[in-house]
Design a protein. Structure first.
Lengths: 634, 163
C-alpha cells in the first residue's frame, strides 16, 4: 500500500524537527560522548592537578570539596561547574560535541576553540577519535599565537614609584618573548597583565573596593612597550625582568590557557587574589607538576611570588631596567658643579641651547648637557613641550651618538629579607620587667635590613604584640596595628617629594591608674633630606585621634610634630633617633611626648638584633623603656 | 609618455595609501586611551597593584577586533603606526641622541638589517627636525616624514616601503 503523501510529508517533517532540536546530532555522537565520559571517570581526570589548575579549583571549606576562584559564569559549562570538577569535566566534553559554527567569525566561541587548553589536555588524556569527534581548526587562536610568535616567558617586576616608597609592594606581569628576540628588541614583545577594572573610582571607594573584592580582575594582552612607557617613563619605576626557564612547548601550553582567560574575570582582592597571585595561576599551567599558588593563603606579596617562582627553579636570568629617573639620577651624580648649574639653567629655560656657555663646551659635553637638561626639564616641570623640543633639536644637530649607559643595579627585590617577621623582646619599662612576642606578617620597616627595599619606606600590615608583665603576671595584647606606613623620600636636585606617615590600630597607652587600650589613628606630612649617603633626616607634622572608654569624653584629638634621623652606620648597623610631641587639645586634653633611639644589628638576612631606649610621656607620668630583641624574618 | 604617467599615478597612489593609513591612526592609535590612569589620592600601594590603568579591554571575546587590534595583538599592517604612536616621546629622545632602545626596536620593526642599523640611526638623527618638526607632531606625520627621509637615502631607501 502506498503511504499517503501527507503522511510522508509529516514523517519527513518530524525527522527534520528532531534533527533540528537535538543538541547532539545523532545517537552515535551521544554514544561516543558517553564513552569518553566513562573513560575520564575511570582515569579520575576530574581529580588531576592539570584539570584543577585549568579550572582554578581550590579546596573548599568542607574536606573533599572544591571551589573555583573564577567568578565569571561563562567559564563553566555545568550549572554547578564552580564547585564540581567532575560535572564540569562532563559538561565540557559534551560542549565539544556541539556543532561547529558555520559562520567563521563565530568559530572562536565554540568550546573546543574557546577552551582550547581543556580540549588539548582532554584529547591527549582520552585519545579523541577524529572520525567520531571531528577535528576543527581554531583559526583565531592560531592568528593570536602567530602575532605573539612565542619562544619563552619573562616575569616582569616594576618596583616602587619614584617618591612613593610605599608603592614598593610593586606589581608583576608577564612578557611573552618572541623567537629571535634580543635585548634591543624586547620592546616588540607582548605582555600579559592581570589587573582590576576600576573605572573612574578614586580615594576611599577605590581602597575599600580593592580590599574587599569589589572590582573584577581580568587578564589582558597588550604590547610590552605600552607597559614600559607607563612604568619607566611616566611613573619612573625601575623594572626587573626575570627570564623563566619555560621551553617553547611549555610556553605554548601556558598560552593555551591564557587564551581561555579572554573576558574571564575574578573578584580582585588587593591582598590575596591580586595581580601577582593570578599570574602564578597562569604560569603553573605550563608544567603538570608546577604548584606555585599553593604557597599563598591570606596574602600574596609580589616579591614573594617572585621568590616562589625562583625557588621552583624557573628563573635563569635577571635583567635590570632602570627608570628614566634612575638613569637621570645616575648621570647627574658626580658631575662638576658648573655643569649641573648649566643643566638646571637650561631646564628652567633661563638660558638657550645656543648660549655661549654651552656652545663653547667640547661636543661630547654639550651633548651630555643637552640630554640631561631635557630629562631634568621633563621630570621637573610641566607644560614645557616646546622647550623640550628645542633641546632635542639642538642635541640632534651635534651629530654624536649618546653613549650606552649602564646604571648599576641595586639588590634585586626578591633577594631582600623575607616579608614575615617574628620578634622576641625582653624589656624594662617604668620599673618592671616584661617580655613581648611580636608578629608582623608583612612587610618592611624603617630599620629592617635595607637591601632589596626602598630606603625610607615602611609598610607594615597586621602587626601585633603580646606582652607579659612580670610585675602583674598578666599577658595582654599590647598593640594591634592593621596598617602602619611611613614614606620618607629625601628632597633632591630634581624633586621635592612629600614625606608622609599613616597608621591606625589599637594600642595600650600608659595611664595613671593602669594602661588603657585605645583605638588610634595618626596621619602626618613633612619633608626629608639626605645630607649624607645612607642618612635621612626628616620632619613631619601630624594629627592624631585616640578613642577609648577610659578617656574623658571618650576621645582625644590633637596635632603635633616629629623630627628624626635614620642612619646606616655600617652595612650591618643602622639606627633611628626621633623625638615626637603631640598636643591633644580636644577631648581629654593632654600632652604626649616620645624620645626614642632604636638600633638594629644584622646577624644575617633572616636574623637581626635590636636595642631600643625610649623616654615617654603618655596619659600618666613620664617613664622610660629599654628593650632588647631578636627578630627572625621568614 | 603614457607609461610615465601611469608610473607617476601609481607612485602617487602608493604614497597616498601609506599616508591614508597613517591618517587613520587617529582611530587606531593608542593616543590618550593609554594614559587614562588612576589619579587621586588613593593609597599609593593599592594604586600600584590594582593597576587598572587600561580601561580599554581588548582581550575579551566580544571586544576582540577593532580592525587594528585583535585579542590584544596588533595586526601587522598597523604595527609600525601604532608603535610610533605609543612611543612618540621616547622615539624623539632616541632620534635626537642618535641611538636608543626605542629607536632600535623601530628599526627592527621595519626590517633594517644589522649592517644598516648605524646608518639608520645617523640618518634619523641628522633629519630630526624633519621627522619631528614640532612638539605636537602627530604619529601619522612622524611616520610619513620618516618614510620620506628613509626613501631619500641611498643606503636605506629599500626600507621605505615598510614604513
Amino acid at each position: 500500500m502506498a503511504v499517503p503523501a501527507f503522511l510522508r510529508l509529516l514523517f519527513t517533517f518530524l525527522v527534520l524537527l528532531c534533527t533540528a532540536l537535538s543538541p547532539v546530532a545523532n545517537a552515535e555522537d551521544q554514544g561516543y560522548l558517553q564513552q569518553l565520559i566513562q573513560s575520564a571517570h575511570q582515569k579520575h581526570l576530574q581529580l588531576r592537578p592539570e584539570w584543577h589548575k585549568l579550572l582554578h579549583y581550590k579546596p573548599g571549606l568542607l574536606p573533599g570539596s572544591y571551589k573555583s576562584q573564577v567568578d565569571a559564569a561563562d567559564f563553566f559549562f555545568a550549572d554547578n561547574g564552580k564547585t564540581d570538577p567532575g560535572a564540569e569535566l562532563e559538561a565540557t566534553l559534551a560542549a565539544f560535541f556541539k556543532p561547529f559554527p558555520a559562520a567563521p567569525e563565530d568559530r572562536h566561541l565554540h568550546a573546543r576553540c574557546r577552551f582550547i587548553a581543556r580540549y588539548t589536555w582532554l584529547k591527549q588524556q582520552l585519545g579523541f577519535d577524529a572520525t567520531r569527534l571531528p577535528e576543527h581548526e581554531c583559526k583565531r587562536f592560531e592568528e593570536w599565537m602567530a602575532a605573539l610568535n612565542p619562544q619563552g616567558v619573562t616575569l616582569i617586576f616594576p618596583t616602587a614609584y619614584i617618591n612613593s616608597p610605599a608603592s614598593m609592594v610593586g606589581h608583576t606581569l608577564l612578557r611573552v618573548d618572541t623567537r629571535g628576540q634580543t635585548e634591543q628588541t624586547r620592546l616588540l614583545a607582548y605582555a600579559i597583565n592581570f589587573g582590576a577594572n576600576t573605572g573612574n573610582d578614586g580615594g576611599l571607594l577605590f581602597a575599600m573596593k580593592g580590599l574587599l573584592g569589589g572590582y573584577p580582575g581580568y587578564f589582558s594582552v597588550l604590547p610590552y612597550y605600552l607597559k614600559v612607557r607607563e612604568y619607566s617613563d611616566m611613573e619612573n619605576r625601575d623594572i626587573w625582568e626575570y627570564h623563566l626557564t619555560l621551553t617553547p612547548a611549555e610556553t605554548r601550553t601556558m598560552l593555551l590557557h591564557a587564551w581561555e582567560m579572554r573576558g574571564i574575570w575574578f573578584d580582585y582582592f588587593f591582598f590575596d587574589e591580586n595581580c601577582s597571585y593570578h599570574l602564578l595561576s597562569l604560569i603553573e599551567t605550563a608544567r603538570p607538576d608546577l604548584e606555585l599558588t599553593t604557597h599563598f593563603g591570606a596574602w600574596a606579596i609580589p616579591s614573594d611570588t617572585v621568590r616562589v617562582v625562583e625557588q621552583a627553579g624557573l628563573v635563569d636570568k635577571v635583567v635590570y631596567r632602570p627608570s628614566r629617573h634612575s638613569v637621570l639620577q645616575y648621570r647627574m651624580k658626580g658631575l662638576p658643579e658648573n655643569e649641573i648649574d648649566t643643566i638646571q639653567k637650561l631646564a628652567a629655560d633661563d638660558i638657550m641651547p645656543d648660549d655661549k656657555a654651552i656652545t663653547h663646551m667640547p661636543i661630547k659635553q654639550q651633548a651630555e648637557v643637552l640630554e640631561l637638561a631635557h630629562e631634568y626639564a621633563d621630570y621637573r616641570h610641566d607644560d614645557n613641550a616646546p622647550q623640550l623640543h628645542r633641546l632635542l633639536a639642538a642635541r640632534s644637530k651635534l651629530g654624536v651618538a649618546r653613549p650606552r649607559i649602564n646604571v648599576p643595579p641595586g639588590t634585586r627585590p626578591d633577594q631582600g629579607h623575607a616579608t614575615g617577621r617574628i620578634s622576641l623582646v625582653a624589656g624594662h619599662e617604668d620599673g618592671h620587667d616584661y617580655q613581648e612576642l611580636q608578629l608582623r606578617p608583612a612587610y618592611h620597616d624603617l630599620l629592617d635590613p635595607a637591601p632589596g627595599y626602598s630606603r625610607g619606606a615602611q609598610i607594615a600590615f597586621f602587626e601585633l604584640g603580646l606582652r607579659h608583665n612580670d610585675q602583674t603576671g598578666n599577658t595582654r595584647l599590647q598593640y594591634f596595628t592593621p596598617v602602619n606606613i611611613i614614606s620618607l623620600t629625601p628632597v633632591s636636585d630634581i624633586s621635592t617629594p612629600i614625606s608622609w606617615e599613616f597608621n591606625f590600630g589599637l594600642t595600650r597607652k600608659h595611664g595613671q591608674q593602669h594602661d588603657s587600650m585605645l583605638a588610634t589613628v595618626n596621619g602626618g606630612v613633612g619633608l626629608s633630606w639626605s645630607p649624607l649617603a645612607d642618612t635621612t633626616v626628616y620632619g613631619l607634622i601630624h594629627v592624631g585621634l585616640d578613642a577609648g572608654n577610659e578617656l574623658h569624653k571618650g576621645y582625644a584629638a590633637g596635632t603635633g610634630g616629629a623630627v628624626g634621623l635614620l642612619a646606616q652606620m655600617t652595612p650591618r648597623w643602622s639606627l633611628q633617633l626621633f623625638a615626637r610631641d603631640t598636643d591633644y587639645t580636644a577631648g581629654e586634653a593632654h600632652n604626649e611626648k616620645r624620645l626614642s633611639l632604636e638600633q638594629r644589628y644584622t646577624l644575617n638576612k633572616a636574623n637581626t638584633l635590636r636595642m631600643e631606649w625610649t623616654r615617654q610621656r603618655q596619659l600618666g607620668d613620664d617613664f622610660s623603656n629599654f628593650n632588647l630583641s631578636w627578630q627572625h624574618l621568614m | 609618455m603614457k607609461l610615465k604617467k601611469h608610473v607617476f599615478v601609481a607612485a602617487l597612489f602608493a604614497i597616498g595609501s601609506t599616508s591614508a593609513m597613517a591618517d587613520n591612526i587617529g582611530e587606531c592609535g593608542w593616543g590618550s586611551k593609554v594614559f587614562d590612569g588612576q589619579s587621586g589620592i588613593a593609597p599609593q600601594v593599592l594604586a600600584a597593584t590594582t593597576n587598572g590603568t587600561f580601561g580599554n579591554q581588548t582581550f575579551g571575546i566580544s571586544s576582540g577586533t577593532s580592525g587594528c587590534t585583535q585579542d590584544g595583538t596588533v595586526s601587522s599592517t598597523w604595527q609600525t603606526a601604532m608603535y610610533i604612536d605609543g612611543n612618540k616621546k621616547a622615539l624623539a629622545r632616541d632620534t635626537a641622541a642618535g641611538q636608543g632602545e626605542t629607536l632600535d626596536a623601530l628599526a627592527q620593526l621595519i626590517g633594517v638589517d644589522a649592517q644598516d642599523k648605524a646608518a639608520f640611526n645617523r640618518v634619523a638623527q641628522q633629519n630630526f627636525a624633519r621627522i619631528f618638526p614640532s612638539a605636537d607632531v602627530s604619529a601619522a606625520q612622524i611616520q610619513a616624514s620618516l618614510h620620506d627621509v628613509v626613501a631619500g637615502d641611498a643606503q636605506l631607501s629599500k626600507y621605505a616601503t615598510a614604513i
